[in-house]
Design a protein around this ligand. Structure first.
Ligand SMILES: [Zn+2]
Length: 161
């Protein structure tokens, strides 16, 4: 029985990676998402990074998964294919946490990124983290369900779900 019970509890504790991110504490997360706006509009990188870290921490805590370190950088890297908006770095040996990088200025004109674009990029990178921690997938790929989960998370952060 013990074996059966532990298998049942593992089954129950790992949610299926479907089209929605089932969020608790939405009000708290919405308030924290809104709090990104002033430092982004002002181009204050440190304050923005702190606000993003708070939102990411609350997301991970609400979903009972390990936290991720958020780094905000100034100008997007770019090449012929386009600009990099964000990046997720899987936790490797020697790293205390997985890392998310989001850039706050466009590559060419160095303009501040619009709030909704920035928030969607953060949601996208957080979804990579959730794939590997919350949903415990072997890898995180840009599947159609991945983009649906990204939209689900983004809309809930905006309060538009
Ligand atoms: Zn991606």
């Amino acid at each position: 029985m013990a074996g059966l019970m532990s298998r049942v509890s593992v089954f129950l504790s790992v949610p299926k990676a479907g089209t929605q991110v089932l969020l608790k504490k939405k009000r708290l997360l919405q308030a924290s998402a809104e709090a990104l706006q002033p430092p982004l509009a002002a181009g204050e990188v440190e304050a923005l990074e702190q606000a993003c870290q708070r939102l990411a921490d609350q997301l991970c805590d609400a979903l009972n998964c390990v936290r991720v370190k958020v780094h905000i950088l100034e100008r997007r890297p770019h090449d012929k294919r386009g600009e990099l908006h964000g990046l997720y770095e899987i936790k490797q040996s020697g790293m205390s946490q997985a890392r998310i990088y989001v850039w706050m200025r466009t590559a060419k004109r160095q303009q501040l990124v619009a709030y909704k674009t920035f928030l969607r990029t953060l949601a996208h990178e957080c979804c990579h983290h959730l794939d590997l921690t919350h949903y415990q997938l072997a890898n995180s790929i840009h599947s159609s369900n991945f983009y649906k989960r990204e939209s689900s998370l983004y809309k809930q952060w905006l309060g538009n779900d």
